[in-house]
Design a protein around this ligand. Structure first.
Ligand SMILES: [Zn+2]
Length: 206
């Protein structure tokens, strides 16, 4: 059940939207998910989070909980692609998973919200036309109107709570920069070996 009243909730959503820099309905939904999951989990020694989508959700978590990509307390498993998150305690592995329960969205009464999660909104909306803004506002309105109760929660235990290992460092024989070695006999960084050559150098100052 929602803890904040609608006004408090929408004020918090505005703050997260300012951080996210885009007025996306997924932010409003994610804010409520963080609140509900956090309430059920309670205070824990080492709060961590995992999301199952890359869209919107990580920013609500980073802003509201301080679990970030940078501090290693947020993991994004975007390949799963479910609109769900798990908050857990790294010490015990015990956590709460919250997900959008499709059975709790009334298709007739809240059709835009229903279509949003199925990516079935009109083509104009999907193509970022001016209709998208109107639709986004409608999705949030319907989410608030239905009482923000479109979720189900489950208690879970995280299987692997370890942080990724810190690998050895080497000096790349081509660029001369220190980099993470993936095997003992590796000579080049992933950029210089061409495996992750994600840019073309335009001007390099030495
Ligand atoms: Zn290199």
């Amino acid at each position: 059940m929602p803890k904040l009243n609608d006004e408090e909730f929408l004020q918090l959503v505005e703050k997260v939207i300012a951080f996210h820099t885009k007025r996306a309905p997924g932010i409003a939904v994610s804010v409520e998910m963080v609140n509900q999951a956090k309430e059920r989990l309670g205070d824990v020694p080492k709060l961590c989070a995992i999301t199952e989508t890359r869209a919107c959700m990580p920013d609500a978590i980073q802003f509201m909980l301080g679990c970030t990509i940078g501090n290693g307390n947020l993991k994004v498993l975007e390949s799963i692609g479910r609109f769900a998150m798990t908050l857990y305690d790294r010490k015990s592995g015990k956590g709460v998973r919250i997900f959008v329960d499709q059975n709790k969205i009334d298709k007739e009464k809240y059709s835009e919200l229903y279509k949003f999660f199925r990516r079935e909104r009109s083509e104009a909306v999907r193509n970022f036309g001016p209709e998208r803004k109107i639709s986004n506002a409608q999705v949030v309105k319907e989410f608030v109107d239905c009482g923000r109760n479109i979720f189900s929660l489950e208690d879970v235990v995280i299987k692997d709570t370890s942080k990724p290992p810190i690998l050895d460092c080497g000096i790349c024989e081509k660029c001369g920069e220190a980099y993470t070695k993936h095997s003992p006999d590796e000579k080049l960084c992933l950029y210089c070996s061409g495996q992750q050559a994600y840019y073309d150098s335009v001007k390099k100052e030495n």
